[in-house]
Design a protein around this ligand. Sequence first.
Ligand code: FES
Ligand code: FES
Length: 155
Amino acid sequence: MIPLTVNGQARQVDAEPDKPLLWVLREDLNVVGPKFGCGIAVCGACTVHVEGQPVRSCSIAVGDVAGKSVITIEGLAGGESTLHAVQRAWIENQVPQCGYCQPGFIMAAAALLKGKPRPSDQDIDDALNNICRCGTYSAIRRAVHRAAAILGGAL
Ligand code: FES
Ligand code: FES
């Protein structure tokens, strides 16, 4: 059994230690916000936070996160009736098209803003190097700036 904390809940997983975290989340724990896109750490659709850092969960073994805290899009807001500032900004800017890639972008954006409260466009492009086949990149940039403003105290 491998212990880990997922969205604040202590879990025990009966899985091989080399099983990718993404598949443990989706198959073993029914946490399906993180998406499978490429499986090789390129697209970012599977991004979660491990100990507060953005991680591509398709490419990290569950054994490497034993005893650690994992946050997925389901746990980002910290409560069912609230939204994270990034989620609010995403809705205001109507970012998603098909939506498939969006949990990964949102998790990457939330991590960026923790370290850089006022990111430049270049910071955003560097940190959010995920792939969106619907081409929502410019809306994402606008939404990250809006999320930064919300976190800075704007309504
Ligand atoms: S599925 Fe993990 S980076 Fe693409
Ligand atoms: S919104 Fe469709 S892939 Fe990004």
